[in-house]
Structure formats: structure tokens, C-alpha cells
Ligand binder design. Sequence first.
Ligand code: PFF
Length: 449
Amino acid sequence: MSRIARDSFSSKFGVIAAAAGSAIGLGNIWKFPYITGVHGGAAFLFVYLGFILAIGLPIMLSELVIGRKSRRNSFGSFKKLVPKGLWKYVGVLGLGAAFFILSFYGVVAGWSVRYIFFAFTDAFKGSSAEITDFFNAFKTHPEKPLLYQLIFMLATGSVVVLGVNKGIEKVSKVLMPVLLILILILDVRAITLDGASEGLSFLFKPDFSKLSFEAILEALGHAFFSLSLGMGTLITYGSYINKKNDLVKTAIQVTVADTVVALLAGIAIIPAVFAFGLEPSAGPGLIFETLPNVFQTMAGGTFFSILFFLLLSIAALTSAISILEVVVAYFTEELKVKRKVATILATLLTTLLGVICSLSLGIYSDVTIFGKNFFELLEFISSNILLPLGGMLIALFIGWGLGKYKVFKEIAQGGKLDGRFLAIFMFLVKFLAPIAIFIVFLYGLGVFK
Ligand code: PFF
């Protein structure tokens, strides 16, 4: 029986660029710098790095093993590896998370695209209050943000429709080096500003008094989101990786790249905020309200603000591509539709859900469920419930479900087997990761509040 060869990544650099492209996103640029600063700088960093190493890295390796061994999408992979039982429903959870995350991610990414053009015309100049009003007026407008969300989602879909090798890999190989160059330029600008050192010490000076239990749990949750774990993104990408690739090395390289870029983003943003006598604010406010204040006073501000929003949009694009691919791979393999149809369908559905997210910040902001608008609700369900739950189940699957020899055999393909490494890895996925995630999960649900 002839079978069409499955699309796949063609080079090691392509694998790293695509997977790091997924990991490096809005999470690294707006969330990481802020949470590191407020939770005690280096003290928080220390805990975050511990989680990245002890939980993030093993789960990333687990996802790559599941994907490459099964050569299937996130749902089909569990079904193929262990056809009986409930494991395959882990993939369903992931699919739900993909829909939810992409819908609100597309909205924020759309703002970022719009701000590239605002930056060109210096549209967000004014007093601090005017800049905030400007952002609020834009994000709550019924149509304006939708247009840019649509542009962003169309860009995402047009890469995914081209396939893994000719679309995702090719684009990531170009965009990731561009992203690195942009962030380095912004870093040099930030640390050469007068008064930058205060920001650097906000970021890096260890303050253990700020390291609350909440901060520790936040570090774990963020490790998940930032590394794109828990919803089968790296199962899907893993399924396109060649048997000659070393999965352990790949997981380490992607983890290091994600962490380094988060640090570089912190260095690009926080010192600049302090240099102009401002306080870093939380979440989108930092990027769309505080930074425009910085740019309007900075020498060469227009130029640097264009670069910044370009950087943010590129980071968001390669992440969104990976999320859309989770859905498209499922549609093509499980529902047997062509990639083109699958991409159109997946883009359409996530964009429509995103439209509701966007409107829920403006004209429908009074419609709330459990005190949250639709945007906040989807963010909460995906980041605080679906990702940790998915991550925990993936760790348990590798630790208890698949069988140790199958796991080792897959790791050995293209890589070396090191007894001590494997023993530690199995301990982490069997016990430490699931237990730690379970605690975060309860925290995310507000059990400790
Ligand atoms: N890792 C991305 C970020 O830090 O912005 C977000 C993300 C992408 C989460 C892909 C989950 C995912 F599957």
C-alpha cells in the first residue's frame, strides 16, 4: 500500500527554531519581566529556574517522546501508543486548550500589530493618562481591534497552510534570528540609558522577603505557559522530528533559548522603565501603556518602539503558529480533511472565538461568568486548569502509562542513554512533576486563597 510521506522538519536548526518559536512568545516579553521584578528579582528567578529544570524540561522531553514515537497529532498519539483506556482524552484536553489560548492570544497579538503602525506615526504620544485612555479606547472599540486580530490570524493561517517543512520550519528559521537581533538591539539601548541600573537591580537583586508561597506557585505556572507545555504542542512538533535527532539535546536547547530570551526581554524593558522614572505595571499595561511613555521620551524612541512592537508581533506569530498546528494536525489526521480545509476551518473557529474575547473587553464587558469576562474566563480555564492538568497527565503517561523501555528506546534513537540521567528523569515524571503540578492546579483554582 502506498502512503504519502508525513510532512516533517528537515534540519536540526529548523526543529529548534520552530520549537523555540513556539515557546518564545507574549509570555516571555510582557509577563516574565514583570513577575520577576515584583516577586523578588533573583530570588524568584532562582525558583523559576529550578522549576524549569525539574519540571519543565522533563515534561518537554516527555512530549517530544510521545510525539516522535507515535508520529501522530496530540489526540492520535495517545490513541496509537495506548489504544485502550482513557489516555487518549489527554489529547482532547490539549485541543480545548489550543482553541481557547489561540483565541485570546490572537486578540493581544492583534493589538501588537496595530501598535507597530501607531509607532510609525507616534500616535500614542501624550501624558501618561492620555496614553492609557488611548489604549483603553482602542482595545474596547467594537471594530478596530478586530481588524488587526484578523490580520494576525490570517498571517498565522497562511504559514500553517503551507505545511510543516515549507511553512512552519521555513518561516521560523527566518523569524527567530530576526527576533534575536531585535531583542539585542533593544537590550543595548536599554542598558546604556542613564539610570538603567535601578531597573537591573529591580530585576536581578535577590529579595527573599518578596518570595511568597504565591510567587513560588506563580513561577511554576509561568514555566508551563512559557515553555508551551501541557497541551500537546510539543507532541505535535515532536511528531515531525527525524529519528536522527537527539530529543534530550533538543529539549535542553529549547528550554535554554526560552529562558535566555525571557531574561533578555526583562533587560530590554525594565531598565528603560526605571530610567524614565516609571513603575513597571502588570500584564498588557506594561507593554501598551508604560512602554509608550518610555518611548516618547527616549532618544530615537520612534525607531525603538517600531522595533519593539515588531519583536512582540514576531514572537506572538511563531507561538500562534504552533497552537494552530495542534488543531490542524488533529483535523487532518483524525477527521481526514486536507490541510487547506483544516487550516481554514481552524483559523475561522479560533478567530470567531477571539472576536467574542475582544468584544468582551468592550461592548460586552458587563457579561460575566464567575465574575470574569469572556476573555478572562478563557485565559483562566486554559492557563490555570487545562495546561497544568494536561502537563500532569503527560508526566504520568510517561512515568506510569507507556512503559519505561519504550520511553528509553525512543530517547536512545538519535541520542545517548545515560543511566543516571534516565533515573532522575523517571523520578521527576513519576513523582515530583505530577505532585508539584497538582499543588499549582489547586492554587490556580483558588484553593489556597
Ligand atoms: N509559550 C507561549 C508564550 O510564552 O507566549 C505561549 C504558548 C504557546 C502556550 C503554545 C502554549 C502553547 F502550546
